[in-house]
Design a protein around this ligand. Sequence first.
Ligand code: ASP
Length: 524
Amino acid sequence: MKKVKFKGLTGLVEFDQNGMRTSVSLDILELKEEGLKKVGTWNQQAGAQFTTPYEAVLDDVMRQLKNRTLKIVTIINPPYTMLKEPADQLSGNDQFEGYCVDIIGEISRILGFKYHIHLVRDGAHGTKSELGEWNGMIRELIDKEADLVLADLTITYEREEAVDFTMPFMNLGISILFRKPMKKVPNLFSFLSPLSLEVWIYMATAYLGVSILLFMLARLTPYEWVPSHPCDQDSGVLENQFTLLNSFWFTIGSLMQQGTEVAPKAISTRVIATMWWFFTLIMISSYTANLAAFLTIQRLKSPIEGADDLAAQSSIQYGCLNSGSTKTFFKESNIFSYKKMWAVMQAQPSVFTESNQQGVERVLKGNYAYLMESTSIEYMTERNCELEQIGGLLDSKGYGIATPEGSPYRTPISNAILRLQEDGILHLLKEKWWSSNKEERCGQEEKKTSISTSELDLANVGGMFVVLLAGLGFACIISVIEFIWKTKRLSKNERDPVILEFMREVRNIICCGLSSYRAKISSE
Ligand code: ASP
């Protein structure tokens, strides 16, 4: 038998080693309105080959579509699909409105089909269970209870294996919805906030340092020693006004912008005073300016700034939609933070919600962050000034219209979506359903929050401390010069060598000696 070879009714008949027929060539027929029609051939080597051109097939599908009423399943999720008010007095497609309802209206206008929208029975988008069973809208599509799914249905690899998707009509990613921080409770010691602790400590040290140096230099320079009785210049008793107490009083007086009766006379002490006044001028102006900003800003910084912050803490709960692609994203992620977040969410299933609306309500109650798709977040934050998006997108994906596997309608619907995109209709619809007068409602608050305040730290005012230090060094040098100059002018019998006099004076300063002494006679 294997060697037999003849031409029969089905073409050439011959067999291979295993007795299977080879060289089989089949005609592909299609049932059309006018009956069976050959549309191509099939053989083992080349596979299926269609003789009908692609355009003709497409035309054919379009023709079929025109006479059909498609069953469309959807889910209530603003602004994609919503119930029109009063819903109980409306019926059929009129009950629904929203972005997706408008899109299907536009597509049906292009392709000419009729449609009937119904809501998914179990209120779920569709996830695969451990047993491989689908739920939600995907289930209805597989069971042929619907011809299309039109909703905020994310295109995922897992779903693509069970159903077909058209090209995406919207792009998005997962992000975090969180409540804006509450108003700050006024702090009793908020006057300390404009400067950082470090700067306060540096300022206190500068105050001590400058006061002590002023005291020392005033002792060293002979020009601060003046007759104790202004009316009796010849009494011979010299006095120094910069006692330790007076030095501290002088510096605090200028720091508080008040001044004192004590006034420096020598160049060196005047240099110190000038540097200190300049320092206090800058510091007090910076403090006042920052204090004003601190008192105006009433909002706290958000405790979380992204998914990593969420993963790293345990006081704020977080969750996502129960039967959706967001949950699958975390379940299957290999990124450390997201894996950690999945473990936390899984351990506490109450964090999952049955709808996005439920998630938003939980966020508004506080201490809960909701992982939601960015376009839905945008819609919610546009309408509620208390809500905000935290951080950027965790992934990037799109919403598509799902059709049963192998559905001929996928290509014409994809083409229609492309046309809507190119004509700018998708953009107009997005504007129509998303935009609100947020600026008007939340404007004032937004403005307040956009001013950021932070305490001034050493990086902001460090330069002033450097200038002050340089000024103090300069004053020390002048003071020594003044001392040498004046000592040299004393009569030789009255004084020891300059260096000895200098050492004696330093010792006197260190031991806080008397602030008056009898004047020595000048050589002039
Ligand atoms: N759009 C999602 C979905 O298709 C819903 C979600 O998980 O946030 O499942």
